[in-house]
Design a protein around this ligand. Structure first.
Ligand code: HEM
Length: 416
């Protein structure tokens, strides 16, 4: 190890000092909710190489001893890393279950080719465009019934009254979980797993344990009497020609739970305030609802909540940068989606932008499995909201605060 430090951190020998940067100032969601990803502009205008090493940026990857993280900031480089899993592995990422002392893997996310496709294939038909079409009525009904509960009041707290309950109930129906009976519990577990806001690590671990125990008991129920739902498909799946194991079943069910919840509420929690701050864009969508699918893509692009990590599997030189096996890279969609080589005028919203190859739902073999469902949920949420509550505003005196990561805005008081 050489003696170089950025702040007080150790830097591996193979990392040249000119590629080292401190973590502040390039990736954080700024607390200014009107322009939450403004800070990432520094990567293009400031003194940053396209790939740089940040020593004080630990990423929890199971088994990793990496001393820092390589930031991959350009769209084309991000795409290439996503598409080269033999060199950039997703093994060990998203290890929430380890907080509960469990050592199975989140599937299909934590597994590379060739096994990856054996886990992805059985799930795909349940979230295909055709399957999502069949869920359209249910999703619309859910959006409308949530709005029914508060529309006459003239105000709501968007996150608890719409944003969180909306995707949870749809996800629970997809899986076959008993919605009425378990809905409140799922809301609590979601918080334990993803945000942990105000909770100790022990408390989070306890919540995750309880959630996993319930999921296992539900898996056992479906093993006894399968029905027409995704959990039943998982318990009966054949993996590479053999029956699926108990760890694989829980790994798939748990991953689906984690993948589809905060991503939707996190997105909407930024989009609604943005529409309040940009009335001209809102008016356009109300006048021309046919622009909503394009708006969903553009709002996804401009609000990338997830940046994916990968572990380097062998010593390589990538875009002129020497990386060693075991190094960790982070695919910074919060810069890739604003790369003007790919997106002209990247900081300006354009609901008719085409093509719009943003990285918010990733790319390559692990591209978001729930993307069709996510897009439909987001389209229906926008469409229904703008039709029924076109003139919403942020409540006077209420201060919107944006946070980094999935729990972007945690409280949002709206009036109309
Ligand atoms: C706005 C909503 C969503 C966003 C932004 C999002 C984002 C992502 C991203 C970035 C990945 C790739 C992670 C990586 O490669 O490291 C991913 C994978 C995944 N997502 Fe989503 N997601 C969303 C909604 C959903 C929904 C609704 C579901 C479930 C129904 C879901 C299930 C999954 C699964 C299972 C994977 C793993 C796929 C694989 O490894 O092959 N996601 N998602």
């Amino acid at each position: 190890m050489n003696s170089l430090t950025a702040e007080t951190h150790e830097i591996p020998d193979h990392v040249p000092p000119e590629l080292v940067r401190a973590s502040r100032g390039f990736d954080d969601i700024a607390s200014d909710w009107r322009n939450p990803f403004a800070d990432t502009e520094n990567v293009f205008t400031g003194d940053y190489p396209p790939i740089f090493f940040v020593p004080d940026y630990p990423i929890p990857i199971v088994g990793s001893t990496a001393l820092g993280t390589w930031m991959i900031t350009r769209h084309e480089d991000i795409r290439e890393v996503y598409q080269t899993p033999a060199v950039f592995s997703s093994h060990g990422i998203a290890g929430y279950q380890h907080l509960a002392g469990e050592d199975w893997e989140m599937l299909p996310l934590s597994v590379d080719a060739p096994m990856h496709r054996h886990y992805r294939l059985p799930l795909a038909p349940s979230v295909s465009p055709k399957a999502v079409n069949a869920m359209d009525g249910l999703i619309r009904a859910r959006a409308n019934s949530l709005i029914d509960a508060f529309i006459d009041r003239g105000e709501c707290e968007f996150i608890t009254e719409f944003g969180r309950p909306y995707p949870i109930s749809i996800f629970m129906r997809l899986m076959g979980f008993p919605v009425e009976e378990m809905y409140e519990k799922f809301l609590v577990w979601e918080k334990h797993i993803l945000s942990g806001d105000g909770l100790t690590l022990e408390e989070r671990g306890e919540g995750i344990k309880e959630c996993i125990a319930w999921l296992r008991s539900f898996i056992a129920e479906r093993e006894q009497s399968p029905r027409d739902d995704l959990t039943s498909i998982i318990v009966q799946a054949q993996i590479d020609g053999r029956p699926i194991t108990a760890d694989e079943k829980i790994g798939l069910v748990f991953m689906l739970f984690v993948g589809g919840l905060d991503t939707i509420v996190g997105s909407l929690s930024l989009w609604l305030p943005w529409l309040c701050a940009h009335p001209e864009y809102r008016a356009k969508l109300i006048e021309r609802p046919e622009l909503i699918p394009g708006a969903v893509e553009e709002l996804l692009r401009m609000n990338p909540l997830v940046s994916s990590p990968r572990t380097v599997t062998r010593d390589i030189v990538f875009r002129g940068v020497t990386m060693k096996a075991g190094d960790v890279v982070l695919l910074l969609s919060a810069t890739g989606n604003f790369d003007e080589r790919k997106f002209p005028c990247p900081r300006t919203a354009d609901f008719e932008r085409s093509p719009n190859p943003h990285m918010t739902l990733a790319a390559g073999p692990h591209r978001c499995l729930g993307s069709h469902l996510a897009r439909r949920e987001l389209n229906i949420a926008l469409e229904t909201w703008l039709k029924r509550i076109p003139n919403f505003q942020i409540k006077e005196g209420f201060e919107v605060v944006a946070h980094a990561g999935l729990q972007a805005v945690r409280e949002l008081r709206l009036v109309w």
